[in-house]
Design a protein. Sequence first.
Length: 341
Amino acid sequence: MQISVLGIDLGKNSCSVVGLNSSGKVMIRRRMRRETVIAYSAKLPGCIVAMEACCGAHHMGRELAAQGHIVRLMSPEYVRPYVKAQKNDDRDAEAIAEAATRPTMRFVELKSQAQLDMQTLHRVRDRLIGERTSLMNQIRSVLLERGHIVPQGKAKLAARLAELFADPALALSPRMRELVCDMRDRWQVLDKRIDAFDKEFAEHARQDEHARRLITIPGIGALNATALVAAVGDARTFAHGRDLAAWLGLVPRQQTTGGKPRLLGITKRGSKYLRKMLIQGARSAMPTLRKSNTRLGAWLRGLLSRAHANTAVVALAAKMARIVWALLRHERTYEATAVAA
């Protein structure tokens, strides 16, 4: 029994495995636990092992690659059209195996443990920021119920809390004063934890060669650089810079029929976190770039003359993604080109 393609539908505990021969005929259908899949694949000669890019896929992919197999990870969106009739785990595994044999299929690069670690750090920091924002909003609502209106912004809220605690005559009951004080203490603890993550990212960006290249791009700091290096990995995975921008969901959606193209809003595909960070970086860099005597500044001024500022920010983020690809692909640093007088 010669197996050419092994399709694995990953689950939390058990996995569905389907093996195809060179002609595409199904040779095996089995359900196994994750550790059993690794032991079973070790007995097989080198073949193509296909999985969806989901939680745990990269770890298993590295284990299978060490056994001599060719690991192919795919987006679940690209596998869905190959599912026949009613959906179940066995048919999902068969669809995964079949999709991996398509010559036009796009595959996800297998990430290293260091890349996954960096992505995890970014997820934890993002969760802490969400907790801090939620806590600040709750403090504002508690104060609003007692007639204290606080404008948006961390500094304004902190200053208002300092005034409330300094003046006992303000309308705040002892129990509410104690509660708000406890919430402020939790807020300060979150600030310290987030600052610790920021320092760790800055230190990593100074040590990592690829991140140092990306920091030279306007609007790209330590957070963006480390997140992009961890997510993109080998830039040769993308044939062109526009492919990376499309992967991040920063390109317009197309609705073309009858040969009449129509461009809509951005696709918002891929990582929401990376897209958010790039757009925030573009927004912070736009005031300086639009005044600069560079090719990028001239392009931005021309765009702002005919488009809304928010549209220009997203377009600048997409251009930054293309620049990120070029620097990682060709191992260069960013150099601003001046406009000829």
